[in-house]
Structures are given as C-alpha cells and as structure tokens.
Design a protein. Structure first.
Length: 80
C-alpha cells in the first residue's frame, strides 16, 4: 500500500486528503471524482501536507476510514 495526495475540486476550491491504496489506478477507478496528485503542489508546504495527513488519511479498501467529505461525495454519486 502507498499513500497518495488527492484533491476533490468542487469548482471554487478543493478538499485535500491522503488516500492509501495499492496504486493511483485503484483510486481513479473507485473515486473518479478525485484527482491524484503526482507531486505536492508548489504552494503547499510540507507542514500543510502533514496537517492534511493527520486530518484526512483514509484507506480506499476500508470505508470506515473515509472522511465525511468523501462519504458526501459517495452519497451524491448514489443519488444520480
């Protein structure tokens, strides 16, 4: 398992998290709403990335670890 920096871009901003998965392809398949970042954006400090890690890490294979924002995305998807 590896950790990937992800973002949900909702148009006027984004919600960041760390997804733990076997590959970025798994994240793309399970959560097409998320964008997997190849590298930390230039504007994001290491401290900010650490805060995101402490607030928003989740395991793609374990729904009990999903943050509230991801659960809301899944709920919206199921309504469609």
């Amino acid at each position: 398992m590896s950790d990937f920096l992800v973002v949900y871009d909702y148009g006027t901003g984004g919600i960041w998290g760390i997804a733990r998965a076997k590959s970025s392809a798994v994240i793309n398949r399970e959560f097409p709403e998320l964008r997997v970042m190849e590298a930390r954006p230039d504007w994001m400090s290491a401290e900010e990335q650490a805060r995101i890690r402490s607030d928003g890490i989740f395991d793609v294979d374990d729904p009990s670890t999903y943050p509230a924002w991801l659960c809301a995305i899944i709920e919206d998807r199921q309504k469609s």
